[in-house]
Design a protein around this ligand. Structure first.
Ligand code: AMP
Length: 512
C-alpha cells in the first residue's frame, strides 16, 4: 500500500536504477535518471524561494523532462499544471490568471510575448543543465496529504476552463487502486504513453508505471497525428499495457498490425474518458482474443477514474451497452433524482460520486464549486452531470451527459441512445447524433453524422435509404434522424474524445 507517492517512486527508482523508465521514440532514461533529475530540480527550486506550495506550469508534450519535472516540483512542495504545447492562447492565459504560477517550465518553446505573465520562465536547455547536476537532496517538504499534487483544467468547449486541484491523498487513493487486485497488473510492464499529460488519464500510465518499475513508451503528439508513422512505430514499442480513450483504440484498430500476432506482448487494455462500445470491444477481442479489457469511468474532479470492470466475452455477446463497472475502494457512486438519492435498482438519475477521490472544489471559483460539490454524511461529493443507473448486481452504467439529453417533440431523447441505435445498422461503423435547434432553441429534428462501413451504394441517398430500412424496428421512430451526413472521421478534442459539442455547434451555426 502506497502511503506517499514521492517516497514510493523514489523507493522504486532506487531498487531499479538501471531499469528503463522512459522511452520516447528511442530517447531513453532509466530510473537513475529519474532520481538524479528530480532531485537536482527540487534543489534548484528550493533555491528560487518560490511561494511555498505554489504551482508550476509545465508547457510541453510527452518528453521525459515533463515527468522528471513534475517529480522534482513535487519533491520541493509544488503541484504541477501540465499544459499542452500549442494550446489556444486564451486557454493558457486563463490558466495563468486562475492558478498564478510563479514559474513556467517551457519544455517546448513558450510564446511569452502572447501572454500577460511576469513570473520566471525556465527553458528546456536550462532545465536539462539543472537535471545534469548531481546533488544530494533530502526530501523534507514534498507534497503530501491534502496539498495539491496537480491542477488540471477542464476542457469545456464553452466558458473559461475550471481548475481542479487534486490532492496528494486523492491521487494516492487512485494509484493504490491501479496497483491493486481490480486490475492485477504485473510489475515491470511497458505502458503506452499517448494521452497528453494535460488529460488526467495520463496518470493511468505514468504514475502506475513509475510505482511498479515499468517503462513508459511515450509517443509524441506529432507521431500520433501522422497515422503512417504511428502504425510503423506501434509494433516496435513491445507494449504490455494500452491506456487511452476508445477513440484512440479505434484509431489503432485501423492498423492491421494492431493484433496479437504482431504485438504478442500486449495483454491489457485500459479505457477511460468516453463510452467504450460493444462494437469496439468485439473488434478488439477479434484481434486480441486473450486480452484483459477494462472499462473505467470518472471525471477530472474525482481524480482520473472511480469505477471499473473487466469486459468479458459474455458481456459483449449479450449487452447493448457496456457497464462502467464497480466503485473503487474509498468511493461510493450513487444515483440522484433532483435532490434525493434513488435507491431503486435500474432507476435513472444523475451519478454522484462520494469519497476519498473527490476534489475539494474548483480553484478560486466558489460559485462553480458550490454548484457541483457538496457533502453527504461528512464525505466530499461531486455531481457529475452524467445520467446513469445501477443494476441489481451492483454494476454502474452511464447513459450519457445530462446536457446531451434533449426534448424532441415531447419525447426525452438521449443522444447516446440514438447513437447506440444507429450503430446497430450493418452499414454504420460509428455514428454521432446531434439535435438541430430552431431560433427558439427547441430541438426540431436529429442529424446523424456517420462513418459508414465499406459498401456498394453509388450515392449517399441510396446508403441512407438502406440504413433506414436496416434500422426498422431497431430504433424508436422518434429517434430516427431526418438527415444523415457522411464523414471519414469525427473531430476529436485535445484529450482524444469525440468532440460532440463541436458537431452540435457545426449543425447549429446560428445558435449560441
Ligand atoms: P473528463 O473530466 O474530461 O475526464 O471527462 C469526464 C467525463 O467523460 C465523464 O463525466 C463522462 O461524461 C465521460 N466519461 C468518462 N469515462 C467514461 C466511460 N467509461 N464511459 C462513458 N463516458 C465516460
Amino acid at each position: 500500500m502506497v502511503k506517499n507517492i514521492i517516497q514510493a517512486i523514489d523507493a522504486t527508482a532506487k531498487a531499479h536504477l538501471d531499469q528503463l523508465a522512459f522511452d520516447e521514440m528511442g530517447v531513453t532514461h532509466n530510473y537513475r535518471d529519474v532520481l538524479t533529475a528530480s532531485n537536482s530540480f527540487a534543489a534548484w527550486l528550493d533555491a528560487q524561494e518560490l511561494p511555498a506550495n505554489g504551482p508550476i506550469l509545465f508547457y510541453g508534450d510527452h518528453q521525459f523532462e515533463m515527468v522528471a519535472g513534475f517529480l522534482g516540483g513535487l519533491k520541493a512542495g509544488h503541484a504541477y499544471i501540465p499544459v499542452e504545447t500549442a494550446s489556444a492562447i486564451p486557454r493558457v492565459q486563463s490558466i495563468i490568471d486562475t492558478a498564478k504560477p510563479q514559474l513556467i517550465v517551457a519544455i517546448d518553446p513558450f510564446p511569452a510575448d502572447n501572454f500577460n505573465y511576469d513570473g520566471i520562465i525556465l527553458d528546456r536547455t536550462s532545465l536539462v543543465a539543472i537535471f545534469a547536476k548531481a546533488v544530494t537532496y533530502q526530501v523534507t517538504h514534498a507534497v503530501s496529504g491534502m496539498l495539491p499534487f496537480y491542477i488540471l483544467f477542464t476542457s469545456g468547449t464553452t466558458g473559461s476552463p475550471k481548475g481542479v486541484p487534486i490532492s496528494h491523498d486523492n491521487i494516492c487513493s487512485f494509484a493504490n487502486w491501479m496497483l491493486g487486485p481490480d486490475f492485477n497488473l504485473p510489475a515491470g510492464q511497458t505502458y503506452l504513453g499517448q494521452t497528453p499529460f494535460s488529460f488526467d488519464v495520463s496518470h493511468m500510465y505514468w504514475l502506475t508505471s513509475m510505482l511498479s518499475a515499468g517503462t513508459i513508451k511515450a509517443i509524441p503528439s506529432k507521431v500520433v497525428q501522422n497515422l503512417g508513422q504511428l502504425f510503423t512505430c506501434l509494433p516496435k514499442l513491445y507494449l504490455n499495457v494500452f491506456v487511452g480513450t476508445p477513440s484512440f483504440g479505434e484509431m489503432l484498430l485501423l492498423s492491421p498490425d494492431f493484433s496479437a500476432s504482431k504485438m504478442p506482448s500486449l495483454k491489457y487494455f485500459i479505457f477511460c474518458g468516453e463510452e467504450l462500445t460493444v462494437s469496439t470491444v468485439k473488434r478488439l477481442f477479434a484481434r486480441f482474443p486473450d486480452a484483459h479489457i477494462f472499462n473505467t469511468y470518472g471525471p477530472t474532479e474525482a481524480a482520473v477514474a472511480i469505477t471499473s470492470c473487466e469486459i468479458t466475452h459474455e458481456m459483449v455477446d449479450t449487452l447493448e451497452r457496456l457497464p462502467i463497472g464497480y466503485d473503487k475502494p474509498g468511493v461510493t457512486t450513487s444515483i440522484w433524482d433532483g435532490k434525493q438519492q434513488v435507491t431503486e435498482v435500474g432507476k435513472h438519475g444523475e451519478i454522484v460520486i462520494t469519497g476519498d477521490s473527490v476534489a475539494a472544489g474548483y480553484l478560486n471559483n466558489p460559485t462553480k464549486t458550490a454548484e457541483s460539490f457538496f457533502q453527504i454524511d461528512g464525505r466530499q461529493s461531486y455531481r457529475t452531470g452524467d445520467a446513469g443507473f445501477i443494476t441489481a448486481d451492483g454494476l454502474r452504467h452511464i447513459i450519457g451527459r445530462m446536457d446531451f439529453q434533449i426534448k424532441l417533440h415531447g419525447f426525452r431523447v438521449e443522444l447516446d441512445e440514438v447513437r447506440t441505435g444507429l450503430e446497430r445498422s450493418a452499414y454504420i461503423k460509428q455514428a454521432v447524433a446531434v439535435p438541430k435547434y430552431n431560433q427558439q432553441g427547441q430541438a426540431q429534428h436529429l442529424i446523424a453524422y456517420v462513418i459508414a462501413k465499406p459498401n456498394h451504394f453509388e450515392t449517399e441517398r441510396e446508403l441512407t435509404a438502406a440504413i433506414r430500412t436496416s434500422l426498422k424496428g431497431q430504433i424508436m421512430n422518434y429517434m430516427m434522424p431526418t438527415q444523415f451526413k457522411y464523414v471519414a472521421h469525427f473531430p476529436t478534442s485535445a484529450n482524444g474524445k469525440i468532440a460532440v459539442k463541436q458537431l452540435i455547434a457545426e449543425a447549429n451555426p446560428t445558435c449560441h
